[in-house]
Design a protein around this ligand. Structure first.
Ligand SMILES: [Mn+2]
Length: 355
């Protein structure tokens, strides 16, 4: 149970009671998926604060170890009520989420209460290790994304606009029972593919161009993430070489994934290969990121990360090479870390595909 894992973690540094404000963390701890809710994890009890709109729904999903506290006009009054019940004069906070404005209001209203940021993003670090149920949803989300790739390889052709393709992706996901895309799809053709976070526009996809598509769906609150780079009608010689380099770099990283490796070391595997191929300056983002309720969550796979991968983490592996005015190649897959290696959750072919 996520809540008992959190309690164990909070106990280590005696960080009770603690106010959880990050709605993704609240969904993780309780299943609640509304837009207004707060959790207080106390030494004695757990509290769920929300307004009357969510009272029935919240009560229907909350486990017995939560007490529902109806939020009236002010959140601080509800928090006071919980602190009183706990006999506490300190409140730990999620500093990655609580806005400065919210903090200043709470500080003013909760006089005499010491407010302390949690030493680390406790819930976020617990979320790194996925449960079997979460892995099951992520596998299904990966499958829908793979099916979307197949659909696109049949559908995309020169003359379509990038937005046409982006619209098709969203439609496909929704038809398959997803609540939508996990982020605005990147559909970047030709020179646009040189920008890792390009926004698709009315530009028409032309013959001879590369087409980078980075997309994912949200299924039951969980996100998938995949990138493929296609070529329209023919392949530029330079981009062909780049494609092979990125594919090799990604394969080397996939081969290196296993519980115990540090994020820095794993990032280096792909980065060194790209640098040795002469494209070190053309790859400036991290190798990947954790994936779950957020499309980017812990761990971050980057040059300076000391975190060790653990069994049942779900991460992306997504090296790329970007050449201004020419285009770019990125290949991204979702990966489940295991004790001995990994399972690549997205199964779409990584071979160079000319559409
Ligand atoms: Mn990604």
């Amino acid at each position: 149970m996520p809540i008992s894992k959190l309690k164990r973690k909070l106990k280590e540094k005696d960080e009770f009671p603690c106010l959880i404000t990050d709605l993704k963390n609240i969904k993780y701890l309780t299943g609640f998926s509304g837009s207004n809710g707060y959790v207080i994890v106390g030494k004695k009890k757990n509290y769920f604060i929300s307004d009357s709109r969510y009272e029935l729904y919240a009560k229907s999903i909350l486990k017995k170890n939560f007490r529902f506290v109806l939020q009236g006009d002010s959140l601080s009054e509800s928090i006071k009520e919980c602190l009183k019940e706990e006999g506490a004069k300190t409140l730990f906070l999620e500093s990655h989420d609580l806005s400065l404005q919210q903090f200043l209001i709470l500080k003013k209203k909760l006089r005499g209460v010491k407010m302390v940021p949690l030493e680390e993003d406790c819930v976020n670090s617990i979320r790194m290790i996925k449960t079997d149920d979460e892995i099951d949803i992520l596998r299904r989300a990966a499958k829908i994304t793979d099916d979307c790739v197949t659909h696109l390889t049949k559908l995309v052709k020169a003359g379509m606009t990038e937005l046409d393709v982006a619209t098709e992706i969203e439609y496909f996901y929704r038809k398959r029972g997803c609540s939508g895309c996990s982020f605005d799809s990147i559909v970047a053709s030709g020179p646009g593919a040189a920008m890792p976070h390009y926004m698709p526009g009315k530009k028409k996809i032309k013959k001879g161009e590369c087409l980078l598509i980075d997309m994912g769906c949200t299924l039951e609150g969980y996100n998938s993430d995949l990138t493929r780079t296609f070529f329209i009608d023919s392949v530029d010689v330079k981009l062909n070489g780049i494609y092979n380099t990125v594919k090799e770099a990604q394969q080397m990283a996939l081969d290196a994934v296993k519980a115990g490796i540090t994020t820095r070391k794993l990032d280096g595997v792909a980065r060194n290969h790209i640098a040795e191929s002469g494209y070190g300056d053309c790859y400036n983002h991290g190798l990947g990121h954790g994936l779950g309720l957020d499309v980017h969550e812990l761990p971050a796979l980057k040059r300076d990360g000391d975190l060790k991968l653990k069994n049942n983490m779900v991460i992306t592996i997504e090296p790329g090479i970007y050449i201004p005015d020419l285009g770019g190649v990125r290949i991204e897959d979702m990966v489940l870390v295991t004790r001995t290696g990994c399972e690549v959750m997205t199964k779409s072919s990584r071979e160079l595909i000319v559409i």
